[in-house]
Design a protein around this ligand. Structure first.
Ligand code: HPA
Length: 270
């Protein structure tokens, strides 16, 4: 793994990537923040050594280096998901590469379903904690202890300082920002009514198919992380409508201006 990371890092540095301070992973329907980034260089995932082999969807995935709100950032436009057939070590490989390039903070966004009925379509939730229902760990591999603590502490996986700043920024910009627990599932199928009931009982406020492995690896590497979920559908088991993926993507897009405000204002303060 170390050699694979070094090859990717050497390639990116030779291609013009500098030393980013902050890594950003963009979720489904949340690409417009790139309009605010002064892009210096970008690289398609399928050109980067040891990046997971690209699927059709990932021909458009790329890593972008530039400046945002006065800081050097590296942005993942598109992420890898377990449901595309990748392993947990594959989907988190880019986090390890961004760390090796120099990031000291990670910001993550995603689209998620609202389990907590007080959260509505189009709302934003700051992730306070998570539940891993992805059936494995991105740290379960030989040699993990050479890269960080194997028994990574998860008592506070999301950074309390950055989260407090995000709440202040939301209040100052009258953005309604909920706070709650995200449960990560594999997907790609959506949940049954019985599963939504179960997820509510175990303490989830929102459900999605990403983020948890990336956050575990950020904790393994000691990178403070904050994550925002845009709630794209209401998962009320007693009144469940068939899922509409086009609508999910459109709703994520509607919430985008507020997500952009939260991220850019936070970066100014880091
Ligand atoms: N379930 C899982 N993932 C999701 C959902 C959902 O309802 N909505 C958006 N991503």
């Amino acid at each position: 793994m170390k050699k694979d990371i070094k090859e990717a890092v050497d390639f990116l540095q030779q291609g013009g990537f500098g030393t980013p301070e902050i890594g950003i992973i963009l979720g489904t329907g949340l690409g417009k923040i790139l309009e605010k980034v002064a892009i210096e260089v970008e690289m398609s995932y399928n050109l980067i050594p040891n990046f997971p082999t690209s699927t059709v969807e990932f021909h458009k995935g790329k890593l972008i280096y530039g400046s945002l709100a006065g800081k050097k950032v590296i942005v993942m436009q598109g992420r890898f998901h377990l449901y595309e057939g990748y392993s947990l070590t594959d989907v988190t490989f880019p986090v390890r590469v961004m760390h090796a390039l120099g990031i000291s903070k990670l910001l993550v966004s995603n689209a998620a379903g609202a389990i907590n009925q007080s959260l509505k379509k189009g709302d934003i939730m700051l992730i306070d904690d998570h539940i891993n229902l992805q059936g494995g760990s991105p740290l379960a591999f030989k040699g993990v202890e050479e890269m960080g603590e194997r028994f990574t502490d998860m008592s506070a996986p999301y950074d309390s300082e950055m989260n407090a700043k995000l709440e202040e920024i939301a209040a100052a910009h009258t953005i309604r920002l909920h706070k709650g627990v995200y449960v990560g599932v594999v997907g790609p199928q959506l949940e049954t009514r019985a599963e939504y009931r179960y997820l509510k009982i175990i303490g989830a406020d929102a459900v999605g198919m990403s983020t948890v492995p990336e956050v575990i690896v950020a904790n393994h590497l000691g990178i403070p992380v904050s994550a925002l979920s845009v709630l794209t559908d209401e998962c009320d088991p007693d009144n469940l409508k068939p899922a509409n993926i086009a609508e999910i993507i459109a709703i994520a897009g509607n919430a985008e201006p507020d997500v952009i405000t939260l991220i850019t204002e936070l970066i100014k303060q880091l």
